[in-house]
Design a protein around this ligand. Structure first.
Ligand code: DAH
Length: 339
């Protein structure tokens, strides 16, 4: 029996090595290990081995069985790996092949303008925050120095739900929220939707603003002008000219409006700038000390400056668009201008 076991070992090693495919290997497995296989049959003879030889032969049997089983197993793994390699090779996708004229989507021009502005501000150290579009009269007006009787409310024809709840007319509403919850110094920008009862070629009842607010110990109109110049140049190009005009907003004192040289005609005059060479882009100013104090920031210690940009208008300047309504028509030829 000992001899036969050793012979089987040799035979398995040789035949398994020669097996050409999975099928041949399976047949061999049945031949040696099947119910009536060669090794199986031999092992049945174990019971006839004399008792004193049993430990020795038993150990040999175990060794041979382990050897046979592991030989089959490693050959099986070898075939499986080969099969997988072949499959992967055949299924290879050539990613260098040109695609079938896939239409690429683009961001809406207003979204890409929002991204540009936010990127510029984040680069200048601003943090992005947001606030609710359904807002209280308190945050939208009262807390930014525009009490109920204030004539400046007339400039913003508002959509009210109840006497005290409205669709915010300006992202300036978030200024008061930020002052309440943040500790100065801070620099925030608030991009978001705003609403007013206005609808024509240059006004939409829903539009987008980007509010900026800086509160610190030593900030002034000079810092505001410098920051706005940097922003406008980054947005429209280094050769952009900037013009500051005195203006009025209840929440800033002094207040300014900022014009930029027309990005289409570079100041020469065209349809977009109505031949003026400049375009009105944003309102800004030094935060009225009343607003700071009202919202819990000591105006003796802290100063602030703020600005509010109409994002839709800025995007229209960029795409030489004179009709705001085209922003909402979803005409694919128009939308393709986004990036
Ligand atoms: N909230 C103003 C508006 O909607 C824009 C604005 C002007 C915002 C001056 C400001 C500011 O923060 O300082 O017309």
């Amino acid at each position: 029996m000992e001899k036969e076991l050793l012979m089987i070992k040799e035979e398995v090693a040789e035949l398994v090595n020669k097996a050409v495919d999975k099928k041949a290997l399976n047949e061999l497995k049945v031949y040696f290990l099947g119910k009536t296989g060669k090794l199986t049959n031999l092992l049945k003879g174990m019971k006839d081995v004399p008792a004193q030889d049993k430990p020795r032969i038993g150990a040999l049997v175990n060794e041979v069985r382990k050897f046979v089983e592991s030989t089959f197993l490693s050959k099986e793994e070898c075939f499986a790996q080969k099969e997988l390699d072949e499959k992967l090779n055949n299924e290879k996708v050539d990613i260098t092949l040109p695609s079938k004229n896939m239409k690429k989507g683009a961001l809406h021009p207003v979204t890409s303008m929002t991204d540009r502005l936010v990127d510029i501000c984040v680069n200048l150290g601003f943090t992005v925050v947001d606030g609710p579009e359904i807002e209280s009269d308190y945050y939208n007006f009262e807390a930014v120095n525009t009490p109920k009787s204030h004539p400046a409310r007339d400039m913003q024809d508002s959509f009210y739900f109840t006497e005290n709840i409205l669709l915010r007319t300006q992202t300036t509403a978030v200024q008061a929220r930020a002052m309440e919850s943040m500790k100065p110094p801070f620099k925030i920008v608030v991009p978001g939707k705003t609403y007013r009862n206005d609808s024509d070629a240059t006004h939409s009842p829903m539009f987008n603003q980007l509010e900026g607010l800086v509160v610190d110990e030593n900030v002034s109109m000079a810092d505001l002008k410098n920051m706005l110049s940097i922003m406008m140049k980054r947005l429209f190009g280094e050769d952009t000219l900037i013009r500051f005009r005195p203006s009025y907003f209840p929440f800033t004192e002094p207040s300014i409006e900022v014009d930029v040289s027309c990005p289409q005609c570079h100041g020469k005059g065209c349809k977009l700038c109505k031949d003026t060479g400049y375009l009105e882009l944003l309102g800004a100013g030094v935060v009225n000390p009343k607003v700071l104090d009202y919202n819990g920031i000591d105006s003796k210690k802290y100063k602030g400056f703020a600005f509010g940009i109409g994002i839709d208008r800025a995007s229209m300047l960029f795409t030489n668009n004179t009709d705001m309504r085209s922003l909402f028509k979803n005409d694919i030829r128009f939308l393709k201008q986004g990036r």
